[in-house]
Write a protein of this length. Structure first.
Length: 276
């Protein structure tokens, strides 16, 4: 019998937005151009993401386990698994089951704990979901929280200004929960924004870039997709964080030049070939 596992594959568990450039819609082309097959497991479908005043939404929670069962029948094995926004406790539980079934061993699991930003949880995020996400984190090899999410996961009070040592302390607490590689993103430092790169047993690295423009949808999804693909391709973690940060900055600059609305995400298509 022919094997379906002769090419590198990453399973991406996230929602699908038809417009707005986020989630699966950005992960799929990025992972593909980095020479890895992207296999989406959609958690929900949106006509356009929730940052718009109006949108169509279809919850696929009740379909996810049947979807996974078909992948089991095919005996699919993944070199990487990348998870993004999860909309309910039930979805988090299903993803935990997926990671038990398809993860472990040589499979690299990246969890982007999409929980909140600017010191506040997203409106849909409950305390119960936060507790469940803390349990899910133990499956991660790589964790990519922003500062708000790092605070939520470590029960640290949020504030506007941070010392590097304080962020490093949160990263150490997150590492104790399971993941050995952590990047805390979006740390404000005056006219710069920094990412703290923490790898168990190695010196902490702080990657700083000049702030460019305002926050856009899909930025974290692009960042996570590059890290996941690089991890599967054997690229050093610190180098990967540097590459992802640089790529995102270029995409933001192009989006500003073209007058792309913030809701419409990053104009990454212009730079996609550079990742190949």
């Amino acid at each position: 019998m022919d094997s379906h596992n002769n090419q590198k594959k990453i399973a991406v568990i996230n929602d699908l937005s038809g417009f707005g450039r986020c989630s699966i819609a950005v992960a799929l082309p990025i992972i593909s151009v980095m020479k890895i097959q992207c296999c989406p497991l959609p958690t929900s479908v949106f006509s356009n993401h929730t940052g718009f005043p109006s949108f169509y939404f279809d919850d696929l929670t009740s379909d996810m386990e049947a979807y996974m069962d078909e992948w089991k029948k095919l005996d699919l094995r993944f070199d990487g698994i990348c998870t993004g926004f999860l909309g309910s406790v039930e979805q988090i539980d299903i993803v935990a089951g997926f990671l038990k079934e398809f993860g472990g061993g040589e499979t690299v699991t990246l969890i982007d704990p999409v929980m909140g930003d600017y010191g506040r949880p997203y409106p849909t995020y409950t305390m119960e979901m936060c507790r469940e996400m803390k349990r899910l984190v133990k499956f991660a090899d790589i964790l990519t929280p922003n500062v708000t999410e790092a605070c939520m996961l470590t029960d640290t009070p949020y504030k506007e200004k941070w010392r590097v040592a304080e962020i490093e302390d949160m990263a150490e607490k997150l590492c104790a929960m399971g993941p050995e590689k952590i990047v805390v993103t979006g740390i404000p430092q005056g006219s710069f924004v920094a990412n703290l790169c923490y790898e168990k047993g190695k010196p902490v690295k702080l990657r700083r870039t000049h702030c460019v423009g305002d926050s856009r949808s899909g930025t974290g999804d692009i960042f996570a997709a590059i890290l996941a693909a690089d991890a599967v391709n054997g690229v050093a973690f610190g180098d990967s964080v540097k590459k992802a940060s640089s790529f995102v900055k270029k995409c933001i600059e192009t989006s500003i030049e073209k007058g792309i609305p913030l809701t419409d995400g990053l104009c990454f298509e212009e730079h996609l070939a550079k990742l190949g």
